[in-house]
Design a protein around this ligand. Sequence first.
Ligand SMILES: NC(=O)c1ccc[n+]([C@@H]2O[C@H](COP(=O)([O-])OP(=O)(O)OC[C@H]3O[C@@H](n4cnc5c(N)ncnc54)[C@H](O)[C@@H]3O)[C@@H](O)[C@H]2O)c1
Ligand SMILES: [Zn+2]
Ligand SMILES: [Zn+2]
Length: 367
Amino acid sequence: MLECTVAVVREKAKPFTLETVRLEDPRPDEVIVRIVGTGVCHTDMIVRDQYYPTPLPAVLGHEGAGVVEKVGSAVTKVKPGDHVVMAFGSCGHCLNCQAGKPSYCLELYGYNFGGSRPDGSTPFSNPAGERISGCFFCQSSFGTHALALERNVVKIPQDVPLEIMGPLGCGIPTGAGTVINALQPKAGTSIAVFGAGSVGLSAIMAAKIVGCTTIVAVDLHDERLNLAKELGATHIINARRENPVEMVQKFTNGLGAHFTVESTASPKVFRQAVEAVRVTGTCALVGASALGTEVTFDMNSFLFGRTVKGVIEGDSIGDVFIPQLVELWKQGRFPFDKLIKFYDLSDINEACAASESGAVLKPVLRP
Ligand SMILES: NC(=O)c1ccc[n+]([C@@H]2O[C@H](COP(=O)([O-])OP(=O)(O)OC[C@H]3O[C@@H](n4cnc5c(N)ncnc54)[C@H](O)[C@@H]3O)[C@@H](O)[C@H]2O)c1
Ligand SMILES: [Zn+2]
Ligand SMILES: [Zn+2]
């Protein structure tokens, strides 16, 4: 049993409060990580606001990086003192996990949003005897310590700054993996990324890495678009001033882009991202909207060989993809640290507000 400080959401859409709780010792397949830095992802805010009904009160946070403090009796992958990033959770035994597609785990919702272990227990308790949801993305990393599964901790080298690595747990690999793993554009092709938040900008950095020669960024904020240019965009479009579909067509000789990525979660933008794809091209949907959100299309948009592909967590396998992104960062080819601004864990509400207003791309909380 360990006393730790965590940020708790008690009521829908209300601020986080810092509380002291007790964290259970790890079970055989579990690992306790002392958090060094944890990223704030848009998904934390939509769960705080209960777009997805993780039971409250809950400890959220799913981009944690830190040092292994304790391991369960059956754990062999890591040992105390190892540096790790925590990725999303998956069961490891369903058909999709067995097929090497853990982001499409048939138990993905329970493992990431259920608020408990599969047996319904939560590792947190407080003196009042209250049930506090934990195990968010198999970590709940908004705190000084987190309990993860051996399966979702990813060992990283000790010679990289651990405090910036947490975002490699979700938002950054989601954007990068949508390009590198899911769309797999050939060198010389074109891509338009709708939304230049941390996910979209990661997609843009990845598009540069794989050799796309026309890389279009679409957003509403000029500062984000300027950063997109610095990170690899060849063209930028401010959708407040210009029609993004017409502009993407203009930048691609009237054909539309080979690939588009939708990372705004807006139905209007999803439609634009489909309309901006050329005949036989592919649009990847990444933005996570509230359950029940509907969208309309002209059926003919799809008739001409176009594909729309939903992509979860960038089709990534944490143990494979996170070390690859660390290596690309070390080589200076994937400078995701440019998106980060540090906050104290106690300033979590300020960090979320800065992310929601667009002022900060990727807040990272340090306990
Ligand atoms: N599929 C997954 O596995 C997965 C994983 C992580 C995050 N997400 C989702 O991905 C999305 C992006 O995450 P993020 O952290 O980058 O969020 P973000 O809020 O930082 O970025 C969204 C961007 O879209 C821009 N935008 C909004 N409306 C627009 C419009 N009409 N036209 C052009 N741009 C517009 C915003 O200005 C912002 O820069 C979120 O919906 C998040 O929940 C999905
Ligand atoms: Zn599974
Ligand atoms: Zn996330």
